[in-house]
Design a protein around this ligand. Structure first.
Ligand SMILES: [Zn+2]
Length: 311
């Protein structure tokens, strides 16, 4: 029996799924911590080896990797939380080790594919996917094609300037959306406001997490609400610009921070309306939340491998 292996490498966990070619429910699924004993690469190889089963033949392996990825040549340029992965030819390494074709792609692009084919984006031909968590990433599908660019580096929607000369981004530039609306950016804002003397039920927490802030907002904390509304306005402002550039029929919002709900989504929608250059862009536009959660990467990597290497 022919199967596809699908791997989602995150800063915290590596997930692996084994799929039949024509089913979207994995036959087997396993999750391990990314950082434990040994190198991440050795753990990854071990994980793939472990999932091999008698009577099964691996048709291809699809891999979603964080950080900028040269998907054409299969190189991971750099990887947040895996510092030893710099210019790593991951595709070649895995291909060589297991003697099967490998498809490698940036995790946000892969999640966009997953949501498009199996989640909130089904039936759409033009889609923008934005994930807001520790970082902000994205993927764009236009005319039923994932946009990759000349080096496979397109779709970095979080590194989009929304506040010139604003706070420093993880990439080293200033004022990017990620520096203003990611989980750590929201935490930083709340901590700064508390040290400037603002009252909050989060006072006393040295650096509240985005989840703490979301819960405080639900409990009616003014500062927490304001921090999420502020992030929402920046996200909405960026989305208005994505509409001008890509003219999608759906914008899908994923990632942990988006789970804050209406306190964030309301200001996002309002800011989109406020900053869009013409209401024509909003006709038939759907702005919605992702459906697949943690499975978007796995399903996307599986779909990518199956598309590139059909059985
Ligand atoms: Zn940046």
């Amino acid at each position: 029996m022919k199967v596809y292996f699908s791997i989602d490498i995150g800063g915290t966990n590596i997930r692996i799924g084994v799929f039949h070619a024509d089913e979207t429910q994995p036959i087997r699924l396993k999750k391990v911590h990314t950082q434990e004993t040994g190198t991440v690469l050795d753990r990854l190889k071990e994980l793939i080896r472990e999932q091999g089963a008698e009577g099964e033949e691996i048709e291809a392996i699809g891999i979603a990797a964080p950080g900028p990825v040269d998907s054409k040549n299969g190189i991971v340029f750099s990887c947040p939380n895996i510092p030893e992965w710099e210019n790593l030819p991951l595709k070649e390494i895995i291909q060589h080790e297991f003697d099967v074709p490998v498809a490698l792609e940036n995790d946000a692009n892969v999640a966009a594919l997953g949501e498009w084919l199996h989640g909130a984006g089904r039936g759409h031909h033009h889609l923008v996917y934005l994930t807001v968590s520790t970082g902000i990433g994205g993927g764009v599908i236009l005319d039923d094609q994932l946009i990759l660019g000349s080096q496979g580096l397109a779709g970095e929607l979080g590194h989009f300037t929304v506040y010139p000369d604003g706070p420093l981004c993880s990439c080293g530039q200033r004022g990017h959306l990620e520096a203003l609306a990611s989980g750590p950016a929201i935490s930083r804002y709340v901590a700064e406001q508390i040290s400037a003397g603002r009252a909050s039920i989060l006072s006393g927490t040295s650096l509240p997490s985005a989840k703490d802030i979301s819960m405080a907002a639900q409990d009616g904390d003014d500062l927490a609400r304001e921090a999420l509304e502020r992030a929402g306005r920046f996200i909405g402002r960026a989305i208005a610009d994505y509409l001008h550039v890509y003219n999608p029929s759906i914008v899908i919002l994923g990632g942990g921070v988006i789970q804050s709900g209406e306190v964030l989504l309301g200001p996002i929608r309002e800011a989109v309306k406020l900053h869009v250059m013409s209401p024509i862009y909003l006709q038939n536009l759907v702005i919605t939340t992702a459906q697949l959660g943690d499975n978007a990467g796995l399903l996307g990597a599986f779909s990518l491998a199956r598309k590139l290497f059909p059985c």
